[in-house]
Design a protein around this ligand. Structure first.
Ligand SMILES: C[S@@+](CC[C@H](N)C(=O)[O-])C[C@H]1O[C@@H](n2cnc3c(N)ncnc32)[C@H](O)[C@@H]1O
Length: 362
């Protein structure tokens, strides 16, 4: 068993993308001429955001990132790793048979709680064709105008043909809910709704969560194929909320393209102490390694509760190309370490060989 052959292993950031990321970090660090200075200047805010995301109850951060001074530390500490988690989710699903629908019209990406746009940029990279013949429309929504501005700067520089609009409003705001009707009345080849590290942030706001659920219900019935991409923390509290959302959505008729192709309730829910999440690895640049040194972590393997849901129009066109049995855990039996796999219906224990990543195919 493989990690090196797995599509979620050793994810690479393209040079142009990494260069723009560095440029953005420096731009949002007033008075700094290079990355090293910017890292030093943002050290305290970086640690503050990190602690908020990793040490709060259940590992769920709720620091409002609306101040301009949060852009650089967010970019430094979170942007590339979130990008890798979303990009890794897409390329795994694509390697298992998920394809862009053919036909006219743009691919419309809607990035809810976009932050610096890591998720939509992961989608743009995964879905762009080498010929450049796919049109994209991007809608960025966040309560921080500074984060939206940074997200736009990536798209303007790296995907200049993409039509970008933004809404600087809270997800609670009426305007966000009205937009939904506008989007559905415009034709598209595919809708991709992205919710990356946002769902758990709304935990304290059940009204907004239930409004989002009701919008998702209407996207599920939309005639245009629609993918919903959800990424949440791998830590237990966050992942279990993502699993609950998964189970709710399959009940509402959404299919799944990742991590498993099942439209049943998640078998891991009743499997005792473990829970389902995915793991990815990426080749790190010196700037990322210097950041990890400050944070006192080595994000060798990056976990994420990652899902790609398909509305019925998209599920019709999805044919999985491989018999999927996904690595979901490593239970111990006495001295032996076993491999737990899941085919979406049932769990199976077997012999563990090598060190496969969770979410990869067994
Ligand atoms: C953890 S960050 C994730 C950002 C980005 N999606 C990513 O994957 O890197 C959460 C984002 O959601 C935004 N957010 C949280 N609650 C929100 C709300 N109620 N309305 C609008 N944006 C919100 C925050 O401003 C922040 O940019």
């Amino acid at each position: 068993m493989k990690p090196n052959n797995d599509p979620g292993s050793s994810l690479q950031v393209a040079d142009r993308y990494h260069t723009h990321w560095k440029k953005a970090v420096i731009k949002y660090s007033p008075g700094c001429r290079d990355f090293k200075q910017a890292l030093e200047k943002n050290r305290n805010s970086l640690l503050r955001i990190w602690q908020s995301y990793t040490r709060q109850v259940g590992g769920i951060g709720r620091l409002p990132l609306t101040d301009a001074s949060f852009v650089a530390p967010y970019l430094i500490g979170f942007h590339l790793s979130n990008w890798a988690r979303v990009y890794g989710t897409f390329i795994r699903a694509q390697s298992r048979g998920l394809k862009l629908p053919t036909g006219p019209g743009p691919v419309r990406l809607i990035d809810l709680g976009c932050g610096t746009g890591a998720a939509s940029q992961g989608a743009l990279i995964a879905l762009s064709s080498p010929k450049g013949d796919i049109d994209f429309e991007l809608e960025l929504i966040d309560r921080s105008r500074y984060l939206i501005e940074a997200a736009k700067s990536f798209v303007n520089e790296l995907w200049p043909k993409t039509q970008t609009r933004s809404l600087n409003k809270s997800l609670e705001h009426e305007a966000t809910h009205k937009l939904h009707r506008v989007w559905q009345s415009r034709p598209a080849r595919l809708n991709v709704l992205l919710m990356s590290y946002v769902w758990n942030e709304l935990s304290s706001n059940p009204r907004t969560q239930s409004r989002i659920i009701s919008q998702l219900h209407s996207w599920s019935m939309c005639k245009v194929p629609t993918w919903l991409v959800v990424n949440e923390p791998a830590a237990e509290a966050g992942a279990r909320k993502a699993i609950a959302l998964r189970d709710h959505l399959v009940e509402e008729g959404w299919g799944l393209a990742y991590p498993c192709p099942s439209a049943n309730f998640c078998p891991m829910t009743s499997a005792g102490r473990d829970w389902c999440y995915s793991e990815f690895t990426m080749s790190k640049s010196p700037e990322q390694l210097a950041t990890e040194k400050i944070l006192g972590v080595s994000r060798e393997v990056m976990g994420s509760a990652s899902y790609i849901f398909l509305n019925p129009a998209a599920a019709k066109a999805y044919t999985k190309t491989k018999n999927e049995s996904v690595v979901v855990g490593f239970p111990r039996e006495g001295e032996r370490q076993l491999l737990l796999t899941c085919d979406g219906e049932k769990l199976l224990k077997g012999k563990s060989v090598g060190s496969p990543l969770r979410g990869s195919l067994a």
